[in-house]
Design a protein around this ligand. Sequence first.
Ligand code: NAD
Length: 296
Amino acid sequence: MARIGFIGLGNMGGPMARNLIKAGHSLKVFDLSEEAVNFVVQSGAEAAKSVKDAAKGVDFVVTMLPVGANVREVFMNDGVLAAADPGTVMIDSSTIDVESAQAAAAAAKEAGFIMVDAPVSGGVTGADAGTLTFMCGGDSETFERAKPILQGMGKNIIHCGASGLGQVTKICNNMLAGINSLAAAEAMVMGERLGVSRETLYKVISTSTGRSYIFETSNPMPSVVATSPSSNNFKPGFMAKLMLKDLRLSQAAAQAAGSATPLGAAATAAFQLLIENGFGNDDTSSIIKVIDPKVK
Ligand code: NAD
C-alpha cells in the first residue's frame, strides 16, 4: 500500500481521498479550507500543514484543484516539485487547460519526476462510489505506475496518449455533454409548445435516434426523469459554471487545433447567457432556462 499526499479536498477531492483510505493507502492531506481537511481527517488521513508538507515523504501526490492556475501554483511555485522526495509520482486529476497540464508535466520532468494528467468523469456520485472514469495523459510507464492508485478511486482507467491528452479527451466529452444538454432543452421546449406532452416526448425520443445519455438521465425538462436535477429544482449535479469553464477550455483547444466546433461555440454562448442571468450555481440542466425562462 502506498503513502499518498492529496491536495484539493473539495466536492470531488474529499470523497476521492476517502476512497483511497478505504483502499488501504495512508494519506497526508491539504486544502486551503480547514473544514475540507477535517472531513477527510475524520476518515483516517493525517492533516498536512502546507502543500509542501503534503508532498514530502510520500510515494504519490494526487491533486484535485479547480483551474490550471491552481495546478501551476501548487506544483511549480515553490510547492510540490520543490518538496517531494525523489521517485514520487505526480497525478493531477483536475480538469484544466491542456497548456497548463503540459507545462506542469514538463516542470515535473525537469525536476526529475514523472507526472500524469488524469481528469475524471462521473461527478460527485462517481467520486463517492469510487466508480470514476480516469482519462490519462503521459507515457506508458507513468500510466502503469499511476494505475493502481487510480483504481482505488475509479472503475475505468484509460490511457489516452501523451501528456495533456487526458485533458483533451475530457474536454471533448464535456463539450459534447454541454451540446447535448442544450439540444435536449431545445427539442423538449419546442415539442411541448407545439402540443406534445413532455412525457410523450421523453418516452418516444429516449427510444429513438435523437436520444443521448444526457437526454435520458439529466433531461433538462422538469418532471420527466425523477432523478434528473431538473426535477429537483436544478440542484447540482454538475454546476452550470463548471460546464461553462469546460466549454471555454474546449473552445481554446479547438482554436489551437484549427478545428471547427460550431455547436461547441453555440453551447458556450448559451451557457454564458445562463450564467449572466444568475444560474451559475444551478445544475447544467438549467440551460433550459435560456430557451424558456418560465419553464416549470
Ligand atoms: P471544489 O471547488 O469543490 O474543490 C476544489 C478544492 O481545491 C477546494 O476545497 C479548494 O479550497 C482547494 N484549493 C484551491 N486552491 C488550492 C491550493 N492552492 N492549495 C490547496 N487547496 C486548494 O471543486 P470540485 O468540484 O472538487 O472540482 C475539482 C476539479 O474537478 C475541477 O477542475 C472540476 O472541473 C473537476 N470536476 C468536477 C466535477 C464535479 O461534478 N464537481 C466532475 C468532474 C470533474
